[in-house]
Design a protein around this ligand. Structure first.
Ligand SMILES: [Zn+2]
Ligand SMILES: [Zn+2]
Length: 304
């Protein structure tokens, strides 16, 4: 039995936010590495993928790297690091790039769109690694990891992914505003703390999970001004957590306006609410550099 190991390289939403006030949780946008045995998978190529590439250069020191890069969607904060992914420029490496076909174009065209003359000095064709593009149109496998997509409510659409291997389950649900698909959506607009009634397929997708990493961008006081922007509030995530009971939940896609202090406060607030609900879930805010194994913790893991 091998572990499913998840490492956060970028946990910020919307735009990179470097600086003293975001030092603890990090300022890089979404990039999450998942390993199972010697299979490498990367979700999204936000600015965090630059550091990941540097780390792989060091780890593999010239040996070929073969990995899958899977996109949740192609909003800029999820692709902006791709031109700075150094492993992509090395001919010995191979990457299979998965994403949904959008109405306007497929993943290859959309990725190359940000690497044209008006936006960037180097074109996608300068990447000498072997790049194979594949369309996500249902479940697929990467090594022994079985991956199932789920459509999340987000402007333009976004895919959540459920990854299963050797009995361990990880769900990534970044960029989502779950209240939009709650069956009692109208009620939630006037009473944000009312219990949510979610569709059965969402509950099924999120159930029996060891680790969920989920968009928790807004506090409950900010959310009412951001309805329809595509991101969850604390109340939504706490309620989901209470319903699907993951072993561990990592809040991510932190708002660019949120300082470390604010993110810590949000996470403490959520953990307190869960405790009141008698929840066993270990709840915390994901931070750059954190590596965590997707399985039931025998004791609270050290998050440092
Ligand atoms: Zn985003
Ligand atoms: Zn987005």
């Amino acid at each position: 039995m091998s572990d499913l190991t998840v490492r956060f390289w970028g946990t910020r939403g919307s735009i990179p936010t470097p600086g003293r006030k975001t030092k603890k949780y990090g300022g890089n946008t979404t990039c999450i590495e998942v390993r199972h045995e010697d299979t490498l998978l990367v979700f999204d190529a936000g600015s965090g993928i630059r550091e990941l590439g540097m780390s792989w250069l060091n780890e593999f020191s010239g040996k070929p790297v073969d990995a899958a890069i899977v996109f949740t969607h192609l909003h800029w904060d999820h692709i902006q690091g791709f031109p700075f992914f150094s492993c992509g420029y090395m001919p010995q490496n191979s990457f299979t790039i998965w994403g949904e076909k959008r109405e306007s174009a497929g993943v290859e065209q959309l990725l190359s769109g940000q690497m044209t003359g008006d936006y960037f000095p180097i074109e996608l064709s300068a990447m000498q690694a072997k790049l194979k593009f594949k369309t996500v149109d249902g479940p697929f496998e990467v090594g022994k990891m079985k991956i199932r997509p789920f459509r999340l409510p987000h402007p333009g659409g976004s895919l959540g992914y459920r990854v299963e291997a050797d009995g361990a389950v990880f769900v990534l649900a970044t960029d989502s505003e779950l209240d939009q698909i709650a069956l009692n959506r109208e009620e939630l607009l006037s009473d944000h703390l009312a219990p949510r009634q979610y569709p059965d397929d969402l509950i099924e997708f999120m159930s029996g999970v060891n680790l969920i990493a989920i968009d928790t961008q807004y506090t409950d006081s900010v959310y009412p001004q951001r309805v329809g922007w595509g991101h969850n509030s604390i109340a939504t995530v706490v309620d989901l957590c209470d319903q699907v009971k993951p072993d561990i939940l990592a809040m991510c896609h932190h708002d660019p306006q949120s300082t470390d202090q604010m993110v810590s406060k949000m996470s403490d607030d959520a953990a307190r609410r869960l405790k009141r609900l008698d929840s066993d879930t270990l709840f915390f805010a994901a931070r750059e550099g954190l590596t965590i194994k997707a399985h039931r913790p025998k004791r609270p893991p050290s998050l440092n």
